[in-house]
Design a protein around this ligand. Structure first.
Ligand code: ATP
Ligand code: MG
Length: 443
């Protein structure tokens, strides 16, 4: 090639387009493990009588402004919002599942006949700085129990979580719990907190000085080691709960204890969304570095009314699927990917291809996962190179259809895993022969 034509070629080379930062492909190598997790989640929801509800990925921005709260990290800075070019509507890619689910429950009048246990799953979008365990598109699984006021349901959803971690073989997951009481109790606590920090203003760092004016509860979140002693001594919300709130909290704790669920009261646990009341909790681990919260939730009794529905209590939790899979990896509990198929069918084109497609269809009808060899060049390939593919597929058996055998109405059946033996079988008896051989192989 001349210099000129080389240059021409490189100029003509089409630029590739990459995916968006923080938004990941799910590749075939990991798909099996996701499918496993989804399977376990489906069984879990069935075990407790939860029904599936799916909402669209895009909602009116107002759903999240109202449902999550204007002064939250999500609404203030993390949402992917845009204007619909055709009609000017303000729309947002959902950053979480609860607000949209509640929107749907109200719109479809689902609580008309009484309380509902629901679950959802799917991609969520938040404009955050991508890092391990923190992505711009990530996936959540969540459950919501709507219309139940008692501590029994708080305990139930926590038991579901514990069962899930056990089922998935996760190590080192701890439950932290707190009660946020009701709005008037939080107001009293807030006043006491502000007074306390004002009395110790000299010990506040710059961040906390600012938060004292905007959101004093957030001072409790400070990671500054120099602030820890001061924070330890701060008034605790639990001490401001009245009889009713405290009764609810103690009842939840007693049900957890009776079911041997260990948990730690964390008076600093306040959760990011501002619609929570009473019980709040998180499951945390030290195994995932900074992104150590795998799931969190609690009660949000005020939300349904706030979204325009008839007042009804509610509680639930949401889990980050990527973080849970990462923790499964760290815990050594990810399942091994399975073979791609049970049977791999080889042929030499022409008449043997016709026979092979018919046999492959019969095998599939009999419930056997079957890959039919297709030559990459659309022409043909040697049995030797086909056999390599058959081996790599993980299939237990190969069915080989060559012209000489076909002329005698026969096919070859080769055991790829145990004996490596090959025998001749009648073409019309391939399905039976494979099933017999498989049963024999597992005995
Ligand atoms: P964090 O404090 O880690 O930002 P959060 O309080 O914003 O979490 P929630 O809104 O409660 O998280 O979402 C529930 C779960 O979803 C989290 O516990 C976490 O496992 C997962 N999650 C949240 N944001 C992300 C993200 N950007 N990437 C991956 N997983 C996430
Ligand atoms: Mg967050």
């Amino acid at each position: 090639m001349t210099e000129q034509s080389k240059e021409q070629k490189s100029q003509n080379k089409v630029q590739k387009i990459n995916g968006i930062r923080g938004m990941n492909d799910l590749l075939p190598a990991d798909a099996y493990q996701w499918a496993h997790l989804e399977h376990v989640l489906r069984d879990l929801t069935r075990a407790y009588g939860y029904e599936f509800l799916r909402t669209p990925i895009v909602e009116a921005t107002a759903v999240f402004q109202r449902g999550i709260g204007e002064v939250t990290d999500i609404v203030e800075k993390e949402m992917y919002s845009f204007e619909d070019r055709l009609n000017g509507e303000q729309l947002t890619l959902r950053p979480e599942g609860t607000a949209a689910l509640v929107r749907s429950v109200i719109e479809n009048n689902l609580l008309y006949e009484g309380p509902k246990r629901l679950w959802y799953t799917g991609p969520m979008f938040r404009h955050e700085r991508p890092q391990r365990g923190r992505y711009r598109q990530f996936h959540q699984f969540g459950i919501e129990a709507l219309g139940f006021a008692g501590p029994d349901i708080d305990a139930e959803i926590i038991l579901m979580g514990q069962r899930l971690w056990d089922e998935l073989g996760l190590k080192g997951v701890r439950l932290e719990i707190n009660s946020l009481g009701q709005a008037h109790e939080r107001a009293e606590h807030r006043a006491a907190l502000v007074a306390y920090f004002e009395n110790h203003q000299a010990q506040l760092d710059e961040d906390s000085q600012r938060r004292l004016l905007t959101n004093p509860l957030r001072i409790l979140d400070s990671k500054n080691p120099q602030m820890q002693a001061l924070i330890e001594g701060a008034p605790k919300l639990l001490d401001f709960l009245g009889e009713e709130s405290l009764g609810h909290f103690n009842a939840v704790m007693n049900l957890l204890k009776a079911n041997n669920i260990p948990c730690k009261i964390n008076p600093r646990l306040v959760r990011g969304l501002d619609y929570y009341n009473l019980t709040v909790f998180e499951w945390v681990t030290d195994e995932l570095g900074a992104q150590g919260t795998i799931a969190g939730g609690g009660r949000y009794d005020p939300l349904i009314e706030r979204m325009g529905g008839k007042a009804a209590p509610a509680c639930g939790w949401a889990m980050g699927m990527e973080r849970v899979l990462e923790l499964m990896k760290v815990s050594g509990s990810l399942p091994q990917a399975q073979a791609l198929c049970d049977v791999f069918v080889l042929h030499q084109g022409g008449e043997t291809l016709t026979a092979a497609t018919i046999i492959a269809e019969r095998l599939r009808s009999a419930g056997l996962d079957t890959i039919l060899f297709c030559p990459p060049d659309g022409q043909s390939a040697s049995f030797k190179s086909q056999m390599k593919k058959a081996d790599a597929s993980g299939a237990a058996f190969a069915v080989i259809i060559g012209p000489d055998e076909l002329a005698k109405n026969e096919a070859g059946l080769k055991d790829l895993r145990d004996t490596g033996e090959q025998k001749s079988i009648p073409v019309d008896g391939v399905v039976e022969a494979v099933i017999d051989a498989m049963v024999g192989a597992t005995e």
